[in-house]
Design a protein around this ligand. Structure first.
Ligand SMILES: C[S@@+](CC[C@H](N)C(=O)[O-])C[C@H]1O[C@@H](n2cnc3c(N)ncnc32)[C@H](O)[C@@H]1O
Length: 338
């Protein structure tokens, strides 16, 4: 598979510059891409496990948030993957739940399960959607890579003969993005430019004009970036393990990166949203963690045998999505239109 995709990329970008975000886009979403194969990747059989795959209760907290927020319209999940999260939430809310998913394999599976799901947001433009949520979506939206040398920004491109990195002058829109969000260079640190995430969010906000947006992802705040001991926040996953450099196996590994939540906070504030930035474990605490945990603990004590083992496994999952040093340490951003 990776041979075919390299050939495809070489031919498509012959005599053209291949920027890193374009490479990431081809590696993840082209016909040979990581998300367009037989397996839905965010599953036990796939390559990584997300909060709704780890605990069947993750959706209950989001449903509590939705019910408390009481949006004046319907709800949209972007990047639904296996649909686990949608299933958990759908039964607990009165609003209609719509889904967006780009991976054809995942999309077809979701359709079979009778979800109203589309690939392009424009297709749902006639729906009255007031609340949008996404879990681990933005870390998969292709980013560009900027490098600062002698006070000048460059960006990474890929030499498609040898599949190795080169540096080129930065594109105007990427330079504007850095200036707009005021990201100063840090010595020996690359900057993942989320201009494509900005464009993507712009598109979604323009189409639906939602009053509420809820985002979960792994990430960081720029003020803490210097504390991270890595030059790059990009990484790859394959079969539930960290894998090689993104250029080694295009199409066969998930390419992902830590999401810059300082960018997101500033982005939503500029769009006239009030932003609350917190950690996933705190979000769970605010939306019913203790109650769900205690109920399960009580049931655990009252049961025995296989039933007790099942509850034990539920408790382990719940603790995992709440653990500050694991999934609980992910960021949660709540944006409310002012
Ligand atoms: C890391 S998975 C997370 C799946 C799910 N949200 C979960 O928590 O298990 C990211 C998913 O987002 C989808 N995706 C990526 N870009 C997208 C886009 N622009 N619109 C809709 N879905 C997208 C991918 O195909 C993939 O299924």
């Amino acid at each position: 598979m990776s041979k075919d995709i390299k050939k495809y990329i070489r031919e498509k970008y012959k005599n053209k510059t291949l920027h890193f975000d374009e490479y990431m886009d081809e590696s993840l979403y082209s016909e040979f891409g990581f998300f367009n194969t037989e397996i839905v990747r965010s599953s036990k059989e796939g390559d990584f496990l997300t909060s709704p795959e780890v605990s069947k209760y993750f959706g209950a907290f989001i449903a509590n948030f939705i019910n408390k927020t009481n949006p004046q319209g319907d709800v949209l999940e972007i990047g639904a993957g296996t649909g686990s999260l949608a299933k958990q939430i759908d039964q607990l809310i009165s609003q209609k739940l719509y889904l967006l998913e780009t991976s054809l394999m995942a999309l077809n599976k979701l359709k079979k399960e009778n979800f109203e799901v589309e690939k392009n947001p424009e297709k749902l433009s006639n729906k009255n959607i007031d609340l949008i949520y996404m879990n681990e979506l933005l870390d998969n939206i292709p980013c560009s890579i900027a490098i600062n040398e002698d006070e000048k920004w460059y960006e990474k491109t890929i030499n498609t003969d040898e599949f190795k990195y080169e540096l080129t002058d930065i594109r105007e829109e990427n330079l504007e993005w850095i200036k707009k969000y005021n990201f100063h260079p840090i010595d020996n640190v690359e900057l993942e430019i989320q201009y494509n995430s900005e464009k993507f969010l712009d598109g979604v906000i323009n189409i639906f004009e939602p009053n509420y947006i809820l985002i979960f992802d792994y990430g960081y705040e720029y003020k803490d970036r210097h504390k991270k001991p890595y030059a790059s926040l990009l990484r790859t996953y394959k079969g539930h393990h960290l894998s090689t450099d993104p250029l080694m196996e295009p199409g066969a590994t998930d390419i992902t990166y830590d999401v810059n939540f300082s960018f997101l906070k500033s982005y939503f504030e500029k769009k006239n949203f009030e932003v609350e930035l917190t950690y996933q474990y705190k979000f769970l605490d605010n939306y019913g963690y203790d109650e769900i945990y205690k109920k399960l603990k009580n049931n655990f004590q009252k049961t025995s045998g296989v039933d007790q083992l099942k509850i034990k496994s539920d408790l382990v999952g719940l603790e995992a999505i709440h653990n500050e040093r694991g999934l609980g340490g992910f960021y949660t951003l709540i944006a409310k239109k002012i």
